[in-house]
Design a protein around this ligand. Structure first.
Ligand SMILES: CC(C)(COP(=O)(O)OP(=O)(O)OC[C@H]1O[C@@H](n2cnc3c(N)ncnc32)[C@H](O)[C@@H]1OP(=O)(O)O)[C@@H](O)C(=O)NCCC(=O)NCCS
Length: 188
C-alpha cells in the first residue's frame, strides 16, 4: 500500500530524469502535453479542457492513496516530459502506463523512466511481472517492452486499435537488452 506520506515521498532519480508523484501543480503542464497525436495508441482521448482533465486526475490521487495505482510525473530538469505509472498495484502483475510528450519523444526518456520505475516497483511491491499492452502499430512502445525483457503473451482488441500484450519479468527489468532485432519476439 502507498500511504499519503509515501505518495508525497516517491522520488526516483535517473541520470537525466526525476520521477515524482503527480499532484495538482502538474495538471496544467500535463494537460498541455495531451495532444491527439499522443493518444493515438492509447485507450482514451484528450480531455477537452483543463476542467475536464481535473475530473480525471482527481481520481488518481485517492487511487494512489489506496495503494491501487501510481501516477508519476517525469521531468528532465524542470521540463515536464511525461507520465509513468502502474495500474493494479496489488495484483501479481501490475499494468504499466507510460507516455512521453510528443516534443520529447525519441530521446530515450521512455526507456530510462520505465527501467527505473519497474526496477523500483519490483523491489517495493514484489510482483512476478508487469503487463505491458501496446497497439500492434505502436512500434516505439513495442520496442521498449522488448528492451525491458518483455515477451509477447497475447493479443486483444480495443475500439481504437488491435493490441498485443507483453509480459515484462520483474526480475529482468534491470537488464536492458543491448540489441533488439526483434528475434526475441519471433521466437514467441
Ligand atoms: C511509447 C513512448 C512512451 C516511447 O517513449 P520515447 O521516450 O519516445 O521512447 P525511447 O526514446 O525511449 O525509445 C524507445 C524505443 O522506441 C524506438 N522509437 C522511438 N521512436 C520511434 C519511432 N517513431 N518509430 C519506431 N521506433 C521508435 C527507439 O528507437 C527505442 O528502441 P531501441 O532502443 O530499440 O532503439 C512514446 O512514443 C509515447 O509516449 N507514445 C505515445 C503514448 C503511447 O503510445 N504510450 C504507450 C502506451 S503502451
Amino acid at each position: 500500500m502507498v500511504t499519503n506520506q509515501d505518495r508525497a515521498m516517491i522520488g526516483i532519480l535517473t541520470e537525466r530524469l526525476a520521477i515524482r508523484s503527480f499532484d495538482d501543480g502538474d495538471a496544467a503542464e500535463t494537460f498541455a502535453a495531451i495532444t491527439p497525436g499522443l493518444t493515438r495508441f492509447m485507450n482514451w482521448e484528450p480531455p477537452s479542457s483543463l476542467e475536464k482533465f481535473a475530473e480525471v486526475w482527481r481520481c488518481w490521487l485517492p487511487a494512489m492513496s489506496a495503494g491501487s495505482e501510481l501516477h508519476l510525473v517525469i521531468r528532465a530538469g524542470q521540463e515536464f516530459v511525461g507520465i509513468a505509472g502502474l495500474y493494479g498495484l496489488r495484483e501479481d502483475q501490475p499494468e504499466v502506463l507510460l507516455w512521453i510528450k510528443q516534443a520529447a519523444q525519441g530521446n530515450g526518456y521512455g526507456q530510462e523512466a520505465m527501467a527505473a520505475l519497474l526496477a523500483w516497483a519490483s523491489q517495493r511491491f514484489g510482483p512476478s511481472a508487469f503487463r505491458w499492452p501496446a497497439a500492434v502499430d505502436n512500434a516505439p512502445s513495442r520496442r521498449l517492452a522488448r528492451r525491458l525483457g518483455g515477451v509477447l503473451v497475447g493479443t486483444f482488441d480495443r475500439p481504437k486499435y488491435a493490441g498485443v500484450l507483453y509480459r515484462v519479468p520483474a526480475s529482468g527489468v534491470g537488464a536492458i537488452r543491448k540489441a533488439d532485432d526483434g528475434s526475441a519476439e519471433n521466437s514467441n
